[in-house]
Design a protein around this ligand. Sequence first.
Ligand code: UDP
Ligand code: MN
Length: 325
Amino acid sequence: AAAASVDARGTAAAATPPPSTCSHRAAVRNQAVVTLITNNEGYPAGALAIAASLEVLESRLRRIAMVTDEVTQHIRELLASASWEVRVVPTIRCHQVLGPQITPDRYDLGEEYQRKKAKWIPTCTKLHAWNMTELTKVIFLDADTLVIKPIDALVDHPSAFSAAPDTFPADQFNSGVMVITPSAARFDELAAWNDDHGTAEGGDQGLLNEFFSEWFYNAWDADDAGRLPYIMNVAAAHHNQFKVLAQMQARDEPSILHFVGGESKPWHYMILKFQGMEDKIPEGARRLFATWDALYWLAKSNALCANGGVGGADRDRYAQMLAAV
Ligand code: UDP
Ligand code: MN
């Protein structure tokens, strides 16, 4: 039923054929999964794994990777080979504003914490997702997510913006998974908000939570800022425990996992694996990581789209891995 409704919306603009041999991507032309890559290490690997998971799950949406100037030609080609349409966008730096009352004698914000936050400054480049006005809906995914169940039906979410709750702080949304109706006017408002108001925390998530400040109190289908269920953005470290709970309660299991946090990225786990230190990978995320790893190599070895793409028994095997995460 979900795929059919995507069909109904997508066929109007389906005149242009899919630009690669990747068999499922881009049958729907006016809706897309979008990610962001601002550097050449780690995150591009994440985008490869996402593309592989979407292909195995037979996603029919376009896949658009926004990249900034810093991203090398080699990485852009790698992304394109793995089914991403590469779109260069100017960096939007989050405008960090601490506020006049925040002084070292009143608040000790901690240097290390501050340093960690500084790496988030380019993440406001995400805002360009609102500018993709040739699309009727965008599913934005952080490059450190992995899709394990079909998500195309999210394009039917009625809100102009929706996101799932974060685990901490629990009264804010996590901006790693967002369903967005592109709008030039909303993009301008967000960019102006960044310039004028800024964000104390220094990343897109703080900025967006302040902009959509009513989100926590809203209905799932509120016009401006609706809510997605937690299963659409489950922190990888909680995955095992959450899955057991969902099964006990006979509720839906996660669709999108998110390797949230600076030290918890799958490309860090890949290094641990090479070094024979797999025991350092958090137990709850091990099987998930093994699946991420397999999907990453599927895309990295050019097996996702070349030579007819991943199909038949191969596709079934990867689909089974995703189902067993
Ligand atoms: N990002 C990137 N390069 C960076 C940092 C961030 O491309 O060096 C992009 C990427 O899409 C990433 C998103 O911005 O997923 C948000 O950053 P991150 O996922 O590291 O934040 P977290 O989810 O851990 O809070
Ligand atoms: Mn993330």
